[in-house]
Design a protein around this ligand. Structure first.
Ligand code: HEM
Length: 439
């Protein structure tokens, strides 16, 4: 007998008001695995003040990211702090407004534009890495955040005077810290309040930049700001500034998070590091990387994919349910949250041999794991796949090439490498290493 479609999925609600947010934050993978063992690939929890349906496995990812996308709002999947601090932007919009904005921004992330940016990116990476070596001991996450911010600023805002890039980055750290706070109340002394103040300063800086660029356009430039200034729908200044904030945030924290874990894994697996080192030496040697040479680094590509699998910067994605739907015989009402779980999919033994193990060769023939659609979803998937994917891939390759060609790093003892999930997945200590030039 088929189940009545009025049945909502099985599950539990946790504590009043906070639901199961503490359990989810403590370990989103164990959280999903325990409940999957109990209820199967669809179940209910309570997060961000609402019932939340969780759809697991590649099939659930596909439904949320592509085939069932019409049931979901991206904007309504974010918490109040994010909505208030960020205001708007691509990931916080839906429907036609989203499609129009995505079309406007697309040229900023095209291969042709990235090719133009590559020499500046290479120079930035070279300068930053040299300064890390001069310090001797560094916190990898912090250094990568600074570097990735400058790369994102170049692509999003065009060339900036160094003082402005630094001022923006300084306030961004405080701004980012408030994006996921549970209470969005401006109480002095709280992380949210500090984030609000940093957000105000960031908006002032960006408003000045915007006025300057309106008066002094960069002809032929495809940076996101230039594209927004001539967009057909003529967004107002507040809307452009929100978009810049969103792009700058999404464009640097994620890269820094994934590359911090990449440095960790390469330090732990010297054989993999050596394979990448040899490949880079043979393919690029001492020359500057080009888009063509960067595309021919299969061993590095496998390492980056394995790090994306084991250490995705976001544990999954949330949406608001705006059209009720049925899934596996259950009814999911309007007004609920929905979540897909990247970490769960990336750890499924049905898809990945010995999933907890760092093993880049799983992507190579004859195994070629990860071919199942929606099984590797660190960058999302479907029509709203990460717009910065090609940028991130180029940037991560440039950085790892520079690191393995010229430097060595060793993880320092006695540090807390516990994983923290928000705002992006990172080791608590930020990964402290000794960092030296190769002799
Ligand atoms: C390692 C680097 C990165 C990772 C892992 C990453 C991950 C993601 C994921 C998972 C999504 C989809 C979220 C969802 O639909 O549930 C996404 C969307 C997005 N990403 Fe990235 N991202 C990275 C780099 C970047 C960069 C460099 C930029 C831009 C400068 C960027 C900008 C965006 C934007 C604007 C969206 C929203 C797209 C839309 O809704 O149409 N990301 N990213």
């Amino acid at each position: 007998m088929s189940r009545k479609p009025t049945h909502t999925p099985p599950g539990q609600s946790g504590l009043p008001l906070i639901g199961e947010i503490r359990e989810w934050l403590a370990d989103p993978l164990v959280f999903a695995q325990e409940r999957a063992a109990r209820y199967g690939p669809i179940w209910r929890t309570h997060l961000l003040g609402r019932p939340c349906v969780v759809l697991l496995e590649p099939e659930g990812n596909r439904f949320m990211l592509s085939s069932g996308a019409q049931h979901f709002s991206w904007r309504e999947g974010w918490g109040r702090s994010m909505l208030r601090l960020m205001g708007g932007g691509l990931s916080l919009s839906d429907g036609e407004a989203h499609a129009a904005r995505r079309a406007t921004l697309k040229p900023a992330f095209s291969h042709a534009t990235l090719r133009d940016h590559l020499p500046s990116m290479v120079q930035l990476v070279r300068d930053h890495c040299a300064s890390w070596a001069a310090s001797g001991e560094i916190i990898v996450l912090e250094r990568l955040q600074t570097l990735a911010f400058e790369v994102a600023a170049l692509v999003v805002c065009g060339p900036l005077p160094p003082y402005l890039a630094q001022a923006l980055h300084h306030d961004f750290a405080m701004f980012t810290a408030g994006l996921f706070t549970p209470l969005a109340l401006p109480i002095p002394g709280t992380t949210y309040h500090r984030a609000q103040a940093a957000g105000k300063r960031l908006r002032i800086h960006l408003r000045t930049l915007l006025a300057y660029r309106r008066a002094n356009p960069l002809p032929g430039s495809n940076d996101a700001l230039s594209l927004l200034l001539v967009a057909a729908d003529q967004p107002d200044a507040d809307s452009i500034i929100s978009e810049l904030l969103l792009l700058l945030w999404a464009g640097h924290d994620t890269v820094a998070s994934l590359l911090t874990w990449t440095c960790y894994e390469l330090a732990q697996h010297p054989a993999s590091l050596e394979v990448v080192r040899v490949e880079v030496a043979q393919t690029i040697g001492a020359a500057d990387p080009t888009p063509e040479t960067l595309r021919h680094l299969p061993a590095l590509d496998r390492v980056l994919r394995e790090c994306e699998r084991l250490h995705p910067p976001a544990p999954g994605g949330f949406r608001g349910v705006v059209e009720p739907f049925e899934y596996h015989g259950y009814h999911v009402p309007r007004g609920w949250l929905a979540m897909y779980s990247t970490v769960y999919t990336h750890a499924m033994p049905e898809l990945w041999q010995d999933p907890a193990r760092f093993d880049p060769d799983r992507f190579a023939p004859p195994r070629e794991e990860g071919k199942t659609a929606y099984s590797l979803v660190g960058f999302g998937g479907g029509p709203r796949i990460c717009i910065g994917l090609a940028l991130a891939q180029m940037e991560m390759r440039v950085i790892v090439c520079e690191l393995v060609r010229r430097y060595r790093w060793e993880i320092l003892p006695e540090q807390d490498l516990t994983r923290v999930w928000l705002p992006t997945n990172q080791p608590k200590s930020g990964l402290r290493v000794t960092f030296t030039a190769q002799t």
